[in-house]
Design a protein around this ligand. Structure first.
Ligand code: NAP
Length: 279
């Protein structure tokens, strides 16, 4: 069974690793190409956009992909919407692997905002020491608040740099342990963090560290899967413009494997002995 995983996340890599060990699955992992030296992957990789939903649908057909898996980051709304439309256009099942968001617990001081512009307003006028734990493409709005001192962490170097007088740049790739994050916040005297609610373990260290140190977190709200350009019909049940909900939405790699094992069984029932698709 041929599988295309839309990746760029630890879960996508993990799932690809499990599938690589199974001869029944032939897997391709797709990356957007945002990082200069992405982590090694256990299956063949293709890199770069498809040219929208229609391009992705064409790829599914040309490459005879049987199942599309959207294992992209929860803030990558455009590609998730494209995946839903492409699956509908090409008539392929879509499995969405969506990491559940973190939930605030006692001691957390979160302020939820809609986007980076609102985060800038929330930081206020008084100068602060702010840890920007956002992607390097998302930090430009903070030039509007040059009174703050910024600590910017990204996988690849930030180019161009923010036009603010006080910014320190560090490059690092997760996972980040809570103790290291606590030391980082203390070393730079951080009194506010701006972050995304990514969910998962790899980047939770800063959230736990902020709680321990009483540092507020300005948390960018997750985009809904509808924010990628799709629209719902008035009854709210079906996507229009050829969009449809995923065949299944799972929260973990183990659940994704279990869904794929079931899909494999029905896929085999629908194929002839020599492997030609009959349905
Ligand atoms: P996006 O805004 O949803 O996507 C923008 C465009 O990038 C898409 O329309 C698509 O181009 C292309 N694209 C995105 N993901 C792709 C993939 N896996 N394979 C091939 N093309 C892809 O996405 P984004 O926020 O820029 O994120 C890009 C990638 O980085 C995703 O794979 C995501 O999992 C990963 N990532 C994102 C974040 C985040 O916070 N956004 C964080 C960590 C990792 P076409 O329309 O031309 O096909």
């Amino acid at each position: 069974m041929r599988i295309l995983i839309l990746g760029g996340t630890a879960e996508a890599r993990h799932l690809a690793g499990l599938l690589a060990r199974r001869a029944e699955f032939s897997t391709i992992l797709s990356l957007a190409g945002r990082t200069a030296a992405p982590a090694g992957q256990p299956v063949p990789v293709r890199v770069g956009g498809f040219g929208g939903a229609a391009g992705l649908a064409g790829y599914l057909e040309t490459e005879r992909v049987d199942v599309l898996i959207d294992a992209t980051h929860p803030y990558a709304a455009t590609i998730s919407a494209n995946a839903a439309r492409a699956a509908a256009l090409a008539g392929r099942p879509l499995l969405a692997l969506r990491r559940p968001p973190w939930v605030a617990i006692e001691g957390d001081r979160w302020i939820e905002v809609g986007d980076a512009v609102e985060a800038v307003q929330t930081l206020g006028e008084a100068p602060r020491a702010v840890f920007l734990a956002l992607g390097r493409q998302e930090i430009a709005p903070f030039t509007a608040a040059p009174q703050h001192r910024y600590l910017v962490r990204s996988v690849d170097p930030v180019e161009p740099r923010l036009s603010v007088p006080h910014a320190i740049y560090i490059t690092a790739r997760g996972p980040f342990a809570e103790a290291d994050e606590r030391a980082l916040l203390a070393r730079h005297g951080i009194d506010a963090i701006v972050a995304k609610n990514s969910g998962g373990e790899a980047s939770y260290g800063k959230i736990a560290a902020a709680r321990a140190l009483g540092v507020p977190v300005v948390m960018l709200r997750r985009p809904s899967p509808d924010d990628g350009g799709g629209r719902r019909t008035e009854d709210g049940r079906n996507w229009d413009v050829g969009h449809r909900d995923p065949s299944a939405v799972v929260a973990t790699v183990a659940e994704a494997m279990s869904w794929l094992n079931h899909a494999l069984a029905s896929f085999r029932r629908r194929t002839t002995v020599d492997g030609e698709r009959i349905a």
